[in-house]
Design a protein around this ligand. Structure first.
Ligand code: BGC
Length: 375
């Protein structure tokens, strides 16, 4: 596979080198390009850019498996990134709120930073008030991942990380593999695989912040969202699910028909930051969310095998960070659609289990496909 990688890289670089000025737009450089992306704690970090035949490009760094950019064409064929990100490692080290990162060992919150498993109590890092959020103080988003493999036919990057027994308080050595593949339908497929040597909760996701205009100058309040869901998990003041599964009908949580994000958010204290329960037909990949923006004409379709999706409307964004475009990432200028199992499942016996047992294989798939809205 190393050989394939060399081929892909040389091919991409070769194409770039051979092209005479002016021909670049005729044929995109498909494949994978690897570039240095600085260093973290003395260890080198790389950036891999996957480009498909449409010229759509996804850049992923080995630091946190972060998707730094997802560049697509808008309705005028102008290219910009639909996810918030930075061009250098420096800003990523200033603790942005998980921009584009792999989240683990547990996506979202675990109440009181504790859970019991097989009669034993486990204490986790309390990094969100008294609760545990997104895997703790040094979650998977802040680890350096190993680029284990790349493939060229469909530009693919495989990242691996071993989370040690006891890391952030979790039991068991967890071997994790995250595969990113960019198809020619502008579909980024992220596959999460894991195995463990002791029973442990696992809930992996990606924390990309989307603004389909490609620029955080405008908010996402006019984006239209549709969720394939008729219920959600209400939360307490610390954003921990109460355990209830409540119908969305007749509430501002009803996105079963497309609605603009901002139209009813004033009725939701703090804004949308909840887990919707997906109306699933089975265990296969299903379309669970569609987001559209009429300014750019872009559409984002989310497919997943997961039972839940966290729709977070960027309620805590405060302009501290500046996007690729040089514009601050202000309140509600980006939103997240994090496919997942429900928050606090290790403490909620009625929620679908997140416990991975030794000998079992954790395997989930989520696809982010970008298209154009029908005219
Ligand atoms: C959570 C938010 C949190 C954000 C950034 C989301 O997944 O639901 O409450 O503020 O991540 O940390």
């Amino acid at each position: 596979m190393k050989t394939l990688f060399m081929t892909a890289t040389s091919l991409a670089l070769g194409l770039a080198a051979c092209q005479s000025p002016g021909t670049e737009t005729q044929k995109p450089h498909t494949g994978i390009i690897k570039t240095p992306f600085g260093a973290v704690e003395g260890q080198p970090v790389e950036l891999y850019t996957l480009t498909n035949s449409n010229g759509t490009a996804v850049s992923i760094t080995t630091y946190g498996g972060i998707i730094t950019a997802f560049r697509t064409k808008d309705k005028n064929d102008s290219v910009s990134s639909i996810v918030v990100g930075f061009d250098t490692i420096t800003q990523y080290l200033q603790q942005p709120p998980y921009f584009g990162a792999i989240i683990g060992r547990y996506g979202n919150r675990i109440g009181n930073a504790a859970f019991s498993l097989d009669g034993k109590e486990y204490k986790l890092a309390a990094n969100n008030g008294k609760n545990h959020l997104h895997g703790g103080l040094k979650g998977f988003d802040k680890q350096i991942w190993k680029a284990a493999d790349v493939q060229d036919s469909v530009p693919t990057l495989i990242l691996e990380y071993t989370s040690k027994d006891g890391e952030e308080g979790y039991p068991g050595n967890l071997q994790v593999k995250v595969t990113y593949a960019l198809g020619d339908n502008d579909d980024l497929r992220i596959t999460y695989d894991a195995t463990t040597d002791k029973a442990t909760p696992v809930n992996l996701t990606n924390h990309s912040y989307f603004n389909l205009t490609g620029d955080t100058r405008s908010t996402i309040l006019d984006h239209r969202l549709q969720l394939k869901s008729s219920s959600y998990t209400p939360v307490d003041s610390g954003l921990i699910p109460t355990g209830e599964i409540r119908k969305v009908a007749g509430t501002p949580f009803d996105f079963s028909q497309a609605a603009t994000v901002g139209s009813r958010m004033d009725q939701v204290p703090g804004g949308y930051d909840h887990n919707w329960v997906i109306d699933r037909k089975g265990k296969n990949l299903e379309t669970v969310a569609i987001l559209t923006d009429s300014v750019s004409g872009r559409l984002l379709e989310v497919q997943t095998t997961e039972p839940g999706i966290q729709f977070y409307a960027g309620n805590f964004l405060d302009g501290k960070f500046t996007n690729h475009t040089g514009t601050p990432v202000n309140l509600h200028t980006a939103l997240c659609l994090e496919t997942q199992h429900f928050p606090d499942s290790p403490n909620k016996k009625d929620f679908p289990t997140t416990i991975l047992q030794p000998g079992e294989k954790y395997h989930t798939v989520t696809v982010y496909r970008v298209g154009r809205m029908a005219k």
